[in-house]
Design a protein around this ligand. Structure first.
Ligand code: UD1
Length: 420
């Protein structure tokens, strides 16, 4: 097991390049299953989750070549469309192979993702949507077993906004017979990015990125080239780290237009944020005021940024409240932040954070991806040494995080537990 060792108290300064978006890369790589043509993807981040998905695609019979951030994929000759429990259990987003496999091959067996540290996270809306398109679906021995000779377009209303649910149904609908309308669809930029990639492959889609997506099925799709959008959550994480340490950082290769809610909250916390083209520069105007926030589907404040802001709020002036409305169990970083001296109380889905003068280094344990990012930020603020344990969570979603932070002047190093 590996750990990050952080000597806190150094403001981040300098420039850093943001990687491709994990949550766009995962569905977009799955879209290769929809064609026998060759797909060439650029700006694919080097992340554990991407590695897991590529292993899953290989296990299905796809050929995969990877050269730095370029991935070439061909799903011309696939084997049995079965996604095993062993691969699906480590990454919930593996469910994204269900729609493409079913619509292209007429049948698929995909393991249920099972429990997850940040809440129950069911896939009922993925299943209901496919059923509305005529699929016959049974749950057998923990597997979703789906069949449909050809899916049929349908009007599908989703009573909860689901990102991967919208993506799965979009991918199923592109090869279905007739028109599918997804209502109350997720508007996340990653859904839009997937839509753009599918259009490049010959799909007919309108309204992606809005809450009504209309897809007219076509008989087949072709191979294409596509560059994955920049990661808005990685961007946001570095922005918060810069603000929380009182630094001055310029992020390169970003999409400021996908970060309105986050930039707004940083400004409210007393940061000076300047966007020019694909760059964002951030520095503080004065003391950290902290900021209350409430997570909700895009374009509102992202649940994937909540934990990082909580670390910043821990040392802000006054009291702030962070309300989580998407996942019921996403406050596991709270007890770790408390180990560093934060004053946080949880009441239902709200965390009340009373700012303290300083955090003090300690050993903390990462529990999930974004919680890990919050602990790294807290470690950068804290006095003395912080050890973040179980950083494999962090490697799921942040490319070379300690190298990027080191370049900004952070005192941070990775070590394996044997050396510890
Ligand atoms: C995606 C993101 C994740 C982010 C989340 C919310 C990817 C790979 N992951 O996860 O980083 O935190 O969106 O922005 O893109 N739900 C149901 N039934 C379903 C599906 C979802 O009730 O069939 C509920 C979930 O329990 C949750 C809410 O809908 O309360 C939103 O979840 P969803 O948008 O599906 O999250 P993911 O797509 O898994």
């Amino acid at each position: 097991m590996e750990q990050l060792v952080i000597a806190g108290g150094y403001p981040l300064k300098g420039e850093v390049e943001v990687s491709g978006a994990k949550n766009a890369a995962l569905p977009i790589l799955c879209a290769s299953l929809l064609t026998s043509g060759t797909m060439v993807f650029d700006n694919v981040p080097g992340l554990r989750d991407v590695g897991t998905l590529l292993r899953l695609l290989r296990s299905l019979g796809a050929t995969v070549e990877r050269d730095a951030s370029r991935v070439t994929l061909s799903a011309s000759a696939l084997g049995e469309p079965v996604a095993s429990y062993e691969l699906v259990k480590t990454m919930r987003a593996s469910i994204l192979v269900l729609g493409p496999l079913l619509t292209r091959f007429g049948h698929a067996r995909v393991s249920l993702p099972g429990g997850c540290a940040i809440g129950e996270r069911p896939v009922d809306l993925h299943i209901k949507g496919l059923q509305a398109m005529g699929a016959h679906i049974e749950i057998e021995h923990g597997y979703i077993v789906a069949e449909a000779s050809r899916l049929k377009g349908a009007r599908i209303f989703m009573d909860t906004v689901t990102v991967t649910g919208t993506e799965n149904l979009m991918m199923a609908a592109v090869l279905a017979e007739g028109v599918t309308v997804l209502e109350n669809a997720a508007r996340e930029p990653e859904v839009f990015d997937l839509g753009e990639c599918l259009i490049r492959m010959g799909a007919r889609i309108k309204g992606h990125g809005t809450d009504v997506v209309t897809i007219e099925g076509v008989p087949s799709l072709r191979g294409a080239e596509y560059a994955v959008m920049p990661d808005r959550i990685e961007t946001g994480t570095f922005l918060v780290a810069a603000a929380a340490t009182g630094g001055d950082v310029r992020l390169l290769g970003v999409r400021p237009d996908t970060l309105d809610a986050v930039l707004d909250k940083l400004t409210e916390a007393n940061a000076l944020v300047a966007c020019t083209g694909d760059q964002i520069r951030i520095r503080m105007r004065g003391p950290n005021h902290g900021v209350s926030l409430r997570t909700a589907p895009y374009p509102a404040f992202p649940t994937d940024m909540q934990a990082q802001f909580m670390a910043m709020n821990a040392v802000a002036q006054g009291t702030t409240v962070v309300t989580e409305t998407i996942f019921e169990n996403r406050f596991m970083h709270v007890q770790e932040l408390r180990r560093l001296g934060a004053n946080i109380e949880v009441e239902g889905n709200a965390a009340i954070i009373r700012g303290v003068d300083k955090l003090e280094g300690a050993t903390v344990m990462a529990t999930d991806l974004r919680a890990s990012a919050s602990l790294v930020i807290a470690g950068l603020i804290a006095h003395g040494e912080t050890v973040v344990d179980r950083i494999y969570h962090l490697d799921r979603g942040y490319e070379k995080i300690e190298q990027k932070l080191s370049r900004l002047g952070a005192q941070i190093a990775r070590r394996s537990v044997e050396e510890a």
